[in-house]
Design a protein around this ligand. Structure first.
Ligand code: GTP
Ligand code: MG
Length: 201
């Protein structure tokens, strides 16, 4: 897929403020600092489109980007950001949960996991919730430039081992790096196939 243009449509603080559900949408979620905004910039090749920060919890809103005037890419707030006040944290996770469960034009969600880490409880809990709700997702292991390939593979294998307790189905697994560009074509390819299937239906 060729990205001809990408622009921020709007940033929504709640479900009611989300734009009308006219275009197919693909969402990106994961814990704070996992690299969601960096991945949005890599996919669109528009550096600075999504705000990247080394301070976790930068993205507190649901950001909608319009791509090629035909589909939307959605950068969701990170889950599990401990420094946000408890009350605020609960509110934004309910908002994200509502978005994931109720958004009619949401076609798929990319769940980002840090390839440097051993399996994290918060990611497994989130995925358990997705599986229980029957919500479709793809796993993306980020920041693969930071470790050697065999260490990345060991973390992926360890995660999939734990994932089997949640779901009988093997998930689709991709790797990404906003530094090396790994994963860009694979992610855009999945989105392109989903959009093409929709056209044919
Ligand atoms: P929140 O909005 O806070 O939830 O974070 P986020 O998931 O959007 O992460 P963001 O893209 O802001 O990246 C967090 C930090 O990780 C930044 O310092 C990025 O430069 C760094 N980073 C993100 N992706 C990569 C990657 O693929 N490789 C490397 N080396 N660093 C990355
Ligand atoms: Mg972000």
């Amino acid at each position: 897929m060729i990205i001809r243009n990408a622009s921020l449509q709007l940033s929504a603080p709640d479900l009611a403020s989300c734009p009308e559900s006219t275009r197919p949408e693909f969402a990106f979620i994961g814990r704070s600092n996992v690299g969601k905004s960096s991945l949005v910039n890599l996919l669109t090749r528009a550096h600075g489109l999504a705000k990247v920060s080394s301070t976790p919890g930068k993205t507190r809103l649901i950001n909608f980007y319009t791509i090629n005037e035909t589909w939307s890419l959605v950068d969701l707030p990170g889950y599990g950001f401990a420094k946000v006040a408890r009350e605020q944290r609960a509110k934004f996770s309910a908002f994200v949960a509502d978005y994931l469960r109720l958004r009619p034009n949401l076609r798929g969600t990319f769940v980002l996991l840090d390839s440097r880490l051993s399996p994290q409880k918060i990611d497994l809990e989130f995925l358990h919730w997705m599986v229980d709700g029957g919500l479709p997702f793809v796993l993306v292991f980020t920041k693969t430039d930071k470790l050697g390939p065999s260490a990345v593979q060991a973390n992926i294998d360890a995660f999939l081992e734990r994932f089997r307790a949640i779901s009988e189905d093997d998930p689709v697994v991709l790797r990404s790096s906003s530094k090396s560009g790994e994963g860009r074509q694979a992610i855009l390819g999945l989105i392109a196939s989903a959009l093409a299937e929709e056209k044919d239906a």
